[in-house]
Design a protein. Structure first.
Ligand SMILES: C[S@@+](CC[C@H](N)C(=O)[O-])C[C@H]1O[C@@H](n2cnc3c(N)ncnc32)[C@H](O)[C@@H]1O
Length: 252
């Protein structure tokens, strides 16, 4: 009753602001505090679901997954070594491989995902470690799920000979540690396999400073070759100061 009265009295912008405030995600003081509140991404139930879902896409990946067109100029040599960091069960690499058959493709994933996906797509290499050297480093929607994204970025660039592309980013000038919540069926693409319940899945998440990634790239000998505004599919949660942009870096 009181709620209804307040709603009638307040302007709709104030009601929206109150609703936003009520549904905003909880902030944690550090990654370790967020990680203590939710299991890491390699949760076996999540991996099993994503593998079964991906199995149904074999041979038809390009109907479900498209590499960003802006990545393709980075593949400007006849044969090269491509790394997709956080590349799931290799769906995007499978699409690229059709177009670039002379290239080699490695997906770096959580150990549970890498082990399970290797049997699914044997033409792609899977590992939970970065290879010693590669020509193109690609990562989409993944750095925000690491405990130390900046160190991984530095390490990846030290092994990259030509280009690095970051897609589906979750940028903010403020470090925000949260726990992201999703439904199991929102993970991965394609028809939902039988035998799974659409349970809640939670994993720790942190925003990343775009300036810090660009600064690290500069130190590691890379220029920002292109920046694509408004690519917001990696933005989660309700905070207004989180934004996306795809970044393409080129070794000097
Ligand atoms: C939101 S998904 C993005 C998947 C895909 N790259 C895309 O853009 O659709 C995040 C991916 O990061 C992977 N991931 C999480 N922690 C990781 C880690 N420590 N090393 C490698 N991959 C990780 C997850 O298994 C998952 O595939």
């Amino acid at each position: 009753m009181l709620k209804r009265l307040v709603k009638q009295v307040l302007p709709s912008s104030a009601v929206a602001a109150v609703n936003n405030w009520r549904t905003r995600e909880r902030l944690y003081k550090s990654w370790s505090k967020a990680a203590a509140a939710a299991p890491a991404y390699g949760d076996m139930r999540l991996t099993a679901f994503r593998i079964e879902r991906s199995r149904r896409l074999i041979g038809e990946e390009k109907s479900y997954v498209q590499p960003p067109a802006d990545l393709l100029p980075a593949m400007d040599i006849p044969a090269g070594r491509f790394v997709d960091f956080g590349g799931s069960a290799g769906e995007m690499c499978a699409v690229l491989r059709e177009q670039y058959p002379a290239w080699s493709f490695t997906v770096v994933e959580t150990k549970s995902m890498a082990d399970a996906a290797q049997a699914l797509r044997p033409e792609i290499s899977f590992s939970d470690q970065l290879p010693p050297e590669f020509d193109v480093f690609y990562s989409s929607g993944t750095l925000q799920y690491l405990s130390d994204p900046e160190t991984l970025w530095r390490e990846a660039l030290s092994r990259t000979t030509r280009y690095a592309y970051l897609a589906r980013n979750s940028f903010s000038n403020r470090k925000l540690f949260t726990v992201q919540s999703s439904r199991l069926f929102d993970n991965g693409a394609g028809p939902v396999p039988d035998g799974f319940d659409n349970v809640e899945i939670r994993y720790p998440h942190q925003t990343i400073s775009e300036a810090s990634l660009t600064g690290i790239a500069d130190e590691m000998g890379f220029d920002l070759a292109a920046r694509f505004e408004g690519r917001n599919s990696g933005v989660t949660g309700t905070r207004a100061d989180v934004y996306g942009a795809d970044l393409l870096f080129k070794r000097r």
